[in-house]
Design a protein around this ligand. Structure first.
Ligand SMILES: [Zn+2]
Length: 143
């Protein structure tokens, strides 16, 4: 994944969470526990919980604030932009997308996954779980 985005998300995670002393089980907003003096602190995300590291905070922020890419819809939209809206079959004027989908669903699905990997390669969509779910990079940047 894009290192710059990763770093920005880490900063955001730090900003949205509070250092938390696990031993004393209390917040340590200064970065050092006032009670035991430890600076080996967990992060606490209000309303969510506390845990070590920032990856879980990033995941939580993304899941609560962003809508995953609807790949079916987005791919369909890109096909509509690349091809004429309708096709002529004998005397019938038919919707290009519906015809393609219904006539050859296998080919449609292959093209859809190719579209998905291409968008990911170009950095337009981004995944935090190895391609299970994608988000629009522009949405992530807007965070
Ligand atoms: Zn402490």
């Amino acid at each position: 994944m894009n290192a710059e985005i990763q770093e920005k998300l880490r900063e955001l995670a730090l900003k949205k969470s509070i250092p938390f002393c696990h031993g004393c089980y209390k917040e340590a907003p200064t970065g050092r526990c006032q009670t035991c003096g430890s600076d080996d602190l967990m992060r606490m995300l209000p309303g969510v919980g506390c845990e070590w590291g920032t990856d879980w905070i990033i995941r939580s922020i993304i899941e609560t604030e962003l809508t995953p890419v609807n790949v079916d819809e987005a791919f369909e939209e890109s096909v509509r932009q690349c091809y004429p809206e309708t096709v002529q079959v004998a005397w019938m004027t038919l919707d290009t997308v519906s015809v393609a989908k219904e006539m050859d669903p296998v080919s449609w699905n292959i093209a859809k996954s190719e579209w998905e990997s291409q968008e990911a390669d170009e950095g337009n969509i981004i995944s935090f779980d190895n391609g299970g779910t994608y988000y629009w990079t522009s949405d992530v940047e807007a965070l």
